[in-house]
Write a protein that binds this ligand. Structure first.
Ligand code: C6P
Length: 427
């Protein structure tokens, strides 16, 4: 699984024109107030974007504006502020719908994040339609959020969890997936982009195969949405989950996209206010979509902030962001390969975002802590993917994950700090 790096390999990106001339990265950085701050007396180099992204001024302003002058509960009041807040909240839903290519806006359900979106499907769809002996397929690349909810469902229903294994390079073994699919398969749930290896998974192909086998598909888009333009019609997933905070928006807001026809047939996930049409002690009639799945007062400011994040991303252009990040990703891998004793985990052909690595003789936590002394933020540990760590044969990795505001200079600083660390441990 581990890719051994040859240190003599010339950098592929060494003589390419500076990518920042095509994407105004230095200008973009100015939109993010936190990026000009110092940590531990050093300029912040933030490379932990897979955990959460920093927020542009426009998102911070949208949330502040809401609390300063627009705050009210939604869908309930007859007064001016409530009408305004409701309009803004529903406008955010329209933005999300357009951003991901939903057919109708009621296919966009606001949740707390990817984790809640997946739990919603497992609990609602799963409880209603999965039976004893049925099978659910996930992959070895999954985050705990796309493992545990299915395990819980399987335990409750007597269903069986099947796993698509990994190839040596960190891609999914789709030959085995074909064999696992059968008339018993009820759900196929896979990530579009691994938060550990950066593997891009061919979800379109997987969703089509799932559908042909009579199963529903769920795509975990937590890591893909910040890096790629996603289109529900093109991917063909029945369900798609993502988090606002990884998309330059606020924490505590996320989205479940579901095909309307499926959402209509599913029972509610939680009961309470706003998800009903009428209630008596004998009987409750549920609201239409999307209200049926949004019980209680939602994260109104979060939804408005997510709408502002989408506006921001669209002003830069997702295609341009993707092109810039693809080049930066290649540059990063190439620079890391030059660090003596560094091993990048996995070597998938299509990759983006996260890069996990180990450094001979240095524990990943030490790498994280020592880099932190230099103002460089990365993540170290199992990245909420313990089964994947087991497949890789390592207890933990160090992981960097770049975002749209990271630069080649920052990657150079990381590479030289890592080289320094290696020398410190192997004088
Ligand atoms: N991964 C990371 O550092 P929430 O916490 O609900 O916003 O997202 C959960 C989640 C689901 N799927 C994938 C692929 C993810 O990467 C994450 C979050 C973070 O890798 C925090 S553990």
């Amino acid at each position: 699984m581990t890719t051994i790096i040859e240190n003599s390999k010339p950098s592929l990106y060494e003589r390419q024109p500076e990518i920042s001339t095509r994407f105004p990265v230095h200008q973009v950085r100015e939109d993010f107030p936190i990026l000009s701050s110092e940590v531990r007396g050093r300029k912040l180099v933030y490379l932990d974007n897979a955990a959460t992204t920093q927020k542009p001024q426009s998102v911070i302003q949208a949330v502040t504006r809401y609390y300063k002058g627009e705050n009210a509960n939604i869908h309930r009041g007859v007064h001016y502020l409530s009408e305004q807040a409701t309009q803004k909240y529903e406008n955010a839903r329209r933005k999300v719908g357009a951003f991901i290519g939903a057919t109708v806006n009621c296919e966009v359900i606001f949740t707390r994040g990817t984790t809640e979106s997946i739990n919603l499907v497992a609990q609602s769809y799963g409880r209603a339609f999965v039976r004893e002996g049925d099978e659910i397929i996930i992959s070895a690349l999954e985050h705990h959020s796309n493992i545990v909810p299915w395990q819980m469902l399987c335990q409750e229903k007597g269903a069986i969890l099947r796993i698509i294994p990994l190839l040596e390079n960190g891609e999914l073994d789709l030959g085995v997936f074909d064999k696992l699919l059968s008339s018993k398969t009820k759900v196929v749930a896979v990530t579009q982009l691994s938060n550990v290896l950066g593997t891009l998974v061919p979800v379109r192909q997987i969703c089509k195969k799932a559908r042909d086998a009579g199963a529903v598909s769920l795509v975990d888009g937590a890591q893909s949405t910040p890096h790629l333009s996603v289109d529900m019609q093109q991917i063909g997933a029945d369900f798609f989950a993502f988090s606002g905070h990884k998309l330059y928006g606020p924490t505590g807001i996320g989205v479940l996209y579901g095909r309307a026809e499926l959402l209509e047939r599913m029972p509610p996930y939680q009961g309470g206010g706003d998800m009903i049409r009428s209630v008596s002690f004998e009987h409750t009639e549920y609201a239409d979509l999307p209200g049926k799945f949004e019980a209680g007062t939602p994260n109104i400011a979060g939804a408005i902030g997510l709408g502002a994040a989408i506006d921001y991303l669209q002003s830069l252009g997702m295609e341009r962001i993707a092109a810039y990040e693809a080049e930066l990703d290649g540059y990063t891998r190439s620079r890391l390969q030059e660090v003596e004793g560094l091993q990048i985990q996995g070597n998938p052909e299509e990759h983006r975002g996260a890069v996990s690595f180990t450094l001979d003789g240095v524990h990943p936590h030490d790498i994280g802590q020592l880099l932190d002394q230099e103002g460089i933020a990365i993540r170290a540990g199992h990245h909420c993917a313990q089964p994947l760590m087991k497949c890789l044969g390592v207890p933990a990795t160090a992981r960097l994950s770049a975002g749209l505001y990271n630069t080649r200079e920052e990657i150079d600083m990381l590479a030289s700090s890592l080289q320094g660390l290696r020398t410190l441990f192997h004088p």
